[in-house]
Write a protein that binds this ligand. Sequence first.
Ligand code: SF4
Ligand code: SF4
Length: 342
Amino acid sequence: MIGPKPAEGALTYAPIAPEDLPRGLTDAQAPGHYRLEPGPPDRWFDYVVGPHSWKAWLFPARQKLFSADRTAAGFDLTAHEDPYPPTAFFGVRACEIAAIEVQDRVFDNGTFADDGYARRRAATLIVAVNCARAAETCFCAAMETGPRARQGYDLALTELATGTGLLLEIGSDRGAAVAARLALPPADPARQVEARAVSDRAAATQTRRMPQDVAARLSANPEHPQWDDVASRCLSCANCTLACPTCFCSDVEEVTDLSGAHAERWRSWDSCFSIDFTHVHGGPVRRSTRSRYRQWMTHKLSSWHDQFGTSGCVGCGRCIAWCPVGIDITAEAAAICKGGPP
Ligand code: SF4
Ligand code: SF4
C-alpha cells in the first residue's frame, strides 16, 4: 500500500501500513509556499496534495530499461523490469485521478504504448479520498477535475463531519470485492447528501480560475510581452515540471562498466526547462528561459489538446506552491489572454 507519509516537512507518497496513516495534519499553501501544520486532531484527511504525485510509482523517476553483455559472437540484450506487486494507492485525490488518466493517454495509447506503465497501472487499486478542504493554490473546480472524484477509482472515501464517520463508495468490480469483505451498513441517503456537500464546500473556497479560451489564446500569442515578463522571474529550475503529476518528459542514457563488457540503458525524468532537453546538432533549440517557459505553458494548456485530446493541467496547484519564486500558471494565463490578438 502506497499512501501519504510526512517526511522532511511535507506529505510524500511512500509504502505505509494502515496504522501509519497521518491524522491531525493540514497544510498551508500559497505561491512559493508549503507548510505541513497541525490540524484538527480527529481529522484523517484535512491535508491536500504535496510535492509528490503518483506518477513516481507508475512512471518511476529513474528506470533501467535493458542491459547488454559482451559475448564471443557480439552481445546479448536483456530487457529489465522492476518488480511491481499488486499495489493499492491510498488517498488519491480527484485531481490526481484526472492526472493519472492524462498519463494513461500518453503512455497507454497504442501508438507509443509503454508496457511497463500498462503493467503497473493494471496492478494498481485506487482508493480515492474526496477533498473536504482545498488549499489556497487548488483550482480543480475550474478545471472540472475535482474536488469530488467522479470516475477512475475502485473505492472512494469521504470524511464526514468530525466524529460522524466516513462514506465509502464503490467504483469498480475490484472495489466491490474489497468492500464485500468489510461488514459495513448501507449508507443512508442523508449521509450521501452530506458527502456531496463536503466537496461542494471545498470547491466553493477555490478562487483561482483558468481563462475559458486559454488554448486558442496561447497559441495565437507566441510574441506576447508577458513571455518576457515571466522569463525575468523564472529560474528555469524545472521544479514545476517535476512536481506536476502530468509532465512526462524523459531522457535515456547509456552507462558501461570499466571493462566494457556490460552496458545498461536507463530512462530518467527530464524537463523542458533543462537547456539540454532540446540539444540537437548545433546546440539546443530553446536557448532562452522565455522560450522554455512558453513551451511548457503552451504545451500544457494548448497543444496538449491537439496531441492527447485533453488539457495537460488538472488544477492541482503544485507548480504554484513549489515554484521557488511563486510563479502562478493561472495568473500568467490570465495575463496572456487579456492582451494580444484573439
Ligand atoms: S500545470 Fe501545475 S496546476 Fe496544472 S497539473 Fe501541473 S502542477 Fe498541477
Ligand atoms: S516556473 Fe518556477 S518552478 Fe518552473 S522553472 Fe520557472 S522558477 Fe522553476
